[in-house]
Design a protein around this ligand. Sequence first.
Ligand SMILES: C[S@@+](CC[C@H](N)C(=O)[O-])C[C@H]1O[C@@H](n2cnc3c(N)ncnc32)[C@H](O)[C@@H]1O
Length: 312
Amino acid sequence: MEYFHKPVLLAEVLKYLNCTNGSTVIDCTLGGAGHAEAILDLITPKGFLLGIDLDIVALNAARVRLARFSQQSFSLVKGNFKDLDRILTDAGLYAVDGILFDLGVSSVQFDRAERGFSYRFDAPLDMRMDQGQKLTAADVVNTYAGEELVRIIRDYGEERWANRIAALIVRARRNRPIRTTFELVDIIKDAIPAAARRRGGHPAKRTFQAIRIEVNGEIEILEKSFRDAVKWLRPGGRLVIISYHSLEDRVAKIVINDLSKGCICPPGLPICKCGRRPELKIIVRGVVRPTPGEIADNPRAESARLRVAERL
Ligand SMILES: C[S@@+](CC[C@H](N)C(=O)[O-])C[C@H]1O[C@@H](n2cnc3c(N)ncnc32)[C@H](O)[C@@H]1O
């Protein structure tokens, strides 16, 4: 089956990564290598790209897509970008020109029914990006305490009906385990009042997002990963982060704003005592969003927000 994921904000990624023939670039979320292929076109023959992904299906597809580049031009690693320090050290790198994060799941992960990410297909509740990982969506739904489910669905899904959904999950699983995506969709539909179900897209969208984030531990690794990434950039190197929901973007914003701050002494001190120097320069204030044309062409780009900063 073809692996098809349209890279989001591609022209903007290439522009802001600012890479040229000879650059070294890290793609922390390789996916089907849509961004990586276009980056390699710019940085080869002299440059080098290291691509990281948790998903072996994505890595295999990326390898096929990048087959036209020489083997010295790129290296693909199965791993988690939370281990960036170890991965880049093992690869023998010491400073790089660009680091890209294109967060979340790919279209292919969503669209392959058997991965269990989508409320549109009936499949076992899986949702693992790394298919070697033990924890699945079925484990979360069937073994987490009710209060934990409320917290996850409310915080990661920003779902106002989190209490009711968690209560119905707990009630349903008393009879027998909830095994499939459609069983979970039915429970969510029962939990959300009919009037509310007619607004805000598919009623299961927010709960599925929340459970997926929990299964893959997506949020808690971000802050450290972004901070580690900055340390690997050489002066003038660029960090580009594309996020797809406010929780991810909030972490990107906090880290970039924090590292671009200089002195934090209380106002009124005659000289700086803290000695803090900014590590990053913000290249674009706020976020870059896809154009209406890109969204019309690729509706999944709609929620994308890109932030970019440069190492000082
Ligand atoms: C939005 S897709 C990237 C698509 C890619 N930019 C392209 O153009 O094809 C996100 C990818 O990142 C991977 N991923 C998500 N979190 C990860 C993590 N913590 N470490 C490594 N890969 C991760 C997912 O498995 C998925 O393949």
